[in-house]
Design a protein. Structure first.
Length: 357
């Protein structure tokens, strides 16, 4: 049996910003949809994160939308105005009480936003059947929105923010030639398509430098490539990753279906995680996707500094301590009430997969 007492991911970590974290296990950002109708943190949110942050080092609270037109789904958490700070403060406190650090994922769904179409319209880099293109003023407003959301996360007591640049949401929409058909300085060449993500990171870092009175982390989550013709290529996201490395963010999170999946748009079919690990010399990597047991962790130990867990943590909040149980066994042992989530969400989780945001 493997001696896990000295295992890499069990050890205390210190981020570039100085934030100390008790271990390198992460509760991945999840699309739980437990919040109230206006995005306010609910008692169900508090209960879930209390139950699931007891053994991880980081708890990343998923899909907090930065603008009322930016929500990913009904029931997502809001950080779009100052009225949300009190509830977010309770949530950060509840996570801290379990000994974990609290990270708030800042999100804008862009073209895919969940909006009331009677009053609002989804917006993105280019128009679609259900969305309109942002003008320059609206793009600048989005950058400001991410900055203000960061201020609220700091006021609420969170230990960092993660910028949601994955899962085909707004930042990825600007990066991808499949969804970005603009002819101005925000579209066309890769140098133009990276402009919005990079300016958002810079605005967030400025807010942190001027506002945070304690170590405060900034992470970025990205989807490495898109499979459809004309979509985002691996080389594009590698360029973005190098720019983020130069900006000295605290970590880069790779959104993968399976942690060792091969590249499909790159110059090689090597695993995506291996390519990013070889390319990035100083930027710590966080990986999620298909992690099931101790053997997977041993494989990842050579390629990643952080391991983010979705399904294993949902079905067994103690998984970082007791990782001998595979997911199939955990599913049979656990009820939705024990998990702190709805039976509907469990059915979606089991039959559709892909809960990490």
């Amino acid at each position: 049996m493997v001696n896990t007492s000295q295992f890499k991911f069990d050890k205390q970590q210190t981020m570039r910003c100085g934030l100390q974290v008790r271990n390198a296990f992460v509760l991945a950002p999840l699309d739980l949809q437990l919040s109230l109708f206006d995005g306010t943190v609910s008692r169900n949110d508090l209960w879930f994160h209390q139950q699931h942050s007891q053994t991880v080092g980081l708890d990343i609270v998923g899909s907090a939308y930065v603008n009322v037109c930016a929500s990913t789904a009904s029931g997502s958490i809001s950080v779009a105005n100052d009225d949300t700070i009190a509830g977010l403060h309770q949530l950060a406190q509840r996570i801290h009480q379990q000994g974990a650090r609290a990270i708030l994922q800042l999100s804008h769904a862009g073209q895919r936003a969940y909006v009331d179409y009677r009053y609002r319209t989804a917006m993105g880099p280019s128009p679609t059947a259900t969305s309109v293109a942002m003008n320059r003023f609206e793009i600048q407003q989005v950058i400001i929105d991410f900055g203000r959301a960061t201020e609220r996360a700091i006021q609420a007591g969170f230990d960092g923010v993660e910028l949601q640049g994955a899962n085909r949401f707004l930042l990825q929409q600007f990066m991808s030639p499949y969804t970005n058909h603009r002819q101005d300085e925000f579209g066309g060449s890769l140098a133009n398509r990276v402009r919005v993500p990079i300016q958002i990171v810079q605005r967030v870092q400025q807010v942190v430098a001027h506002t945070a009175q304690r170590p405060f982390a900034v992470g970025y989550r990205l989807s490495p490539e898109e499979r459809q013709p004309g979509g985002l290529r691996l080389i594009d996201t590698l360029v973005l990753a190098h720019l983020l490395e130069a900006l000295q963010i605290d970590y880069l999170s790779l959104s993968l279906h399976q942690y060792h999946q091969p590249a499909v748009t790159g110059y090689t079919v090597s695993p995506v995680i291996q390519i990013f690990h070889d390319q990035l010399k100083t930027l710590p990597l966080m990986v999620a996707g298909g992690i099931r047991n101790q053997r997977d962790l041993l494989t990842l130990a050579e390629e990643s500094e952080w391991v983010a867990l979705g399904k294993p943590m949902i079905f067994n909040p103690d998984w970082p301590k007791d990782r001998r149980c595979d997911i199939e066994q955990m599913q049979l042992m656990t009820s939705p009430e024990d998990l702190g989530i709805s039976p509907t969400y469990v059915r979606q989780l089991l039959h559709k997969g892909g809960v990490v945001k």
